[in-house]
Design a protein around this ligand. Structure first.
Ligand code: NAD
Ligand code: DAU
Length: 349
C-alpha cells in the first residue's frame, strides 16, 4: 500500500485534497498532518474521518525532531505539502511566523523525505503546493507563465518563493523527486472567513460593513477549490519530475466587480431587496504593498495534462454561497472564537 502524507489537510484547500484522495484511492494510506492552527479545523473533514485508509496526525512541521521521527516511522512514499501560513494581511503584522512555517517547515519536510528516500528515490514524490503570488504583480496586460521571474512583494509571497527555491534546490542538489505548482486565488466551501469571499459572505449575512481595500480595482484570477484539488491529483500522479505547472481559473475579476456580483447573489438568496447588500460596501485603507493584478496562463497544464476548470465562476460562486448559507454553524463556530478577536483588531480603525 502506498503511504501518502498530506500536510495542512485540516485547512481550506488541504481538506478538499484529503477528501479527494481518501475517496478516490482506497488502496493508499492517507496521513493528514496538521498543527490545527487558527486556520485548521477538523470540522472540514468529518465526512471522511472514519474511513479505514485515513489517519489524522496532529503535529507542527516546524518541529524537525517530530517530523524526522514521523517520516522514519511511516516511510511515506509521497508528500503533498500544503501546510502554510496563508493570509497576506497576517504576514504583514507577523512575518516571522511565515518564515517559520513556510520556509523552515518546508525545509524540515524536505530533509525528512531526503533521509528516508536516500537509498531509493524510485516512485517517490515531493509535491509543493505554491502560489502565483511568488511572481509579484502584473500591470494591466500579460499573464504569469511558468518562466515568469519570481518577484514577491509581501512577506507571505516572499516566504512561499523561498520555499519554492528550496524545493528546486533539493531536486538539483540531492536528486529529490519533486513537482511544484503555483495556483491563483481559490474559493469555495470551508474557506476561512478572513479571505475576501467568505469574509464578505459572512458580513452580508450579519449586515456588517464590507471593507474593500483601496479603490477596489485590484484584480485576482479565481478558481473553484474542487477544480484545484483535481489539478493537484493530476500533477501528483502524472506531472513530470522536477517540473512546475501554473494553475488558474482563466477568470479575472476586479475586486469591486466581484463584490457587487456577490452582493447581488446574496440579496437574491436572502430574499432582500436588490441593492441592499451593496450599501454595506465600505472603502477602507489599502493593504500595504498591495499587488495590483494576478492572472495565470494555465495552458501548460491544460495541454500537457488535459486539465481545465469544470465550473464557471457564476456556478462556483452560487455553490459557495449555498454552502455558507447551509453551514452557518460552521461559520459561527469559527467567528465566535479566536478569529473574532483578530477581526475586531484588524478593522478597529
Ligand atoms: P489555510 O490557511 O486554509 O490552511 C493551512 C493549514 O495548514 C491549516 O490547516 C493549518 O492548521 C495548517 N498549518 C499551518 N501551520 C502549520 C504548521 N506549522 N504545521 C502543520 N500544519 C500547519 O490555507 P489554504 O488556503 O488551504 O492554502 C493551502 C496551501 O495552498 C498553502 O500552502 C497556500 O500557500 C497554497 N495556496 C493557497 C491559495 C488560496 O487561494 N487559498 C492559492 C494558491 C496556493
Ligand atoms: O493568489 C493566490 C493567493 O490568494 C494565495 O496564495 C493566498 O494564500 C490567498 O490568501 C490569496 O491571497 P489574496 O491576498 O489575493 O486573497 P484575499 O482573499 O486576502 O484578498 C483578495 C483580494 O481582495 C485582494 O486584492 C485584497 C482584497 N481584500 C481582501 C480582504 C480580506 C479586500 O479588499 N478586503 C478584504 O477585507
Amino acid at each position: 500500500m502506498k503511504k501518502i502524507v498530506i500536510t495542512g489537510g485540516a485547512g481550506f484547500i488541504g481538506s478538499h485534497v484529503v477528501r479527494l484522495f481518501v475517496k478516490k484511492y482506497p488502496e493508499y494510506q492517507i496521513f493528514n498532518l496538521d498543527a490545527l492552527t487558527y486556520a485548521g479545523n477538523l470540522e472540514n473533514i468529518t465526512d471522511i474521518e472514519n474511513e479505514p485508509n485515513y489517519t489524522f496526525v496532529k503535529g507542527d512541521i516546524v518541529d524537525a525532531a517530530f517530523i524526522d521521527a514521523l517520516f522514519a516511522e511511516h516511510q511515506f512514499d509521497g508528500v503533498l505539502h500544503l501546510a502554510a501560513e496563508s493570509h497576506v494581511d497576517r504576514s504583514i503584522t507577523d512575518p516571522l511566523s511565515f518564515v517559520k512555517t513556510n520556509v523552515i517547515g518546508t525545509m524540515n519536510l524536505l530533509n525528512a523525505a531526503k533521509t528516508i528516500w536516500k537509498d531509493d528515490m524510485e516512485g517517490k514524490r515531493f509535491y509543493h503546493i505554491s502560489t502565483d503570488e511568488v511572481y509579484g504583480s502584473l500591470g494591466a496586460e500579460g499573464l504569469f507563465t511558468e518562466t515568469t521571474a519570481y518577484d514577491p512583494n509581501s512577506p507571505y509571497s516572499a516566504s512561499k518563493a523561498s520555499s519554492d527555491h528550496f524545493v528546486r534546490a533539493y531536486g538539483e542538489t540531492y536528486g529529490l523527486p519533486y513537482v511544484l505548482t503555483n495556483c491563483s486565488n481559490n474559493y469555495g466551501p470551508f474557506h476561512f472567513p478572513e479571505k475576501l469571499i467568505p469574509l464578505f459572505i459572512n458580513n452580508i449575512i450579519q449586515n456588517k460593513p464590507l471593507p474593500v481595500y483601496g479603490n477596489g480595482k485590484y484584480t485576482r484570477d479565481w478558481l473553484f477549490v474542487e477544480d484545484h484539488a483535481v489539478a493537484i491529483d493530476l500533477v501528483f500522479h502524472e506531472g513530470v519530475n522536477h517540473d512546475t505547472y501554473n494553475i488558474g481559473g482563466f477568470n479575472e475579476w476586479q475586486n469591486i466587480d466581484l463584490v457587487k456580483l456577490l452582493c447581488k447573489i446574496m440579496d437574491e438568496k436572502l430574499g432582500r431587496e436588490a441593492g441592499t447588500s451593496e450599501q454595506l460596501i465600505s472603502y477602507v485603507k489599502d493593504r500595504p504593498g498591495h499587488d495590483l493584478r494576478y492572472a495565470i496562463d494555465a495552458n501548460k497544464i491544460n495541454k500537457e495534462l488535459g486539465w481545465k476548470p469544470s465550473v464557471t465562476f457564476e456556478e462556483g460562486l452560487e455553490k459557495t454561497v449555498n454552502w455558507y448559507l447551509d453551514n452557518q454553524t460552521w461559520l459561527n463556530n469559527i467567528t465566535s472564537g479566536e478569529y473574532a478577536t483578530y477581526y475586531e483588531k484588524q478593522y478597529a480603525n
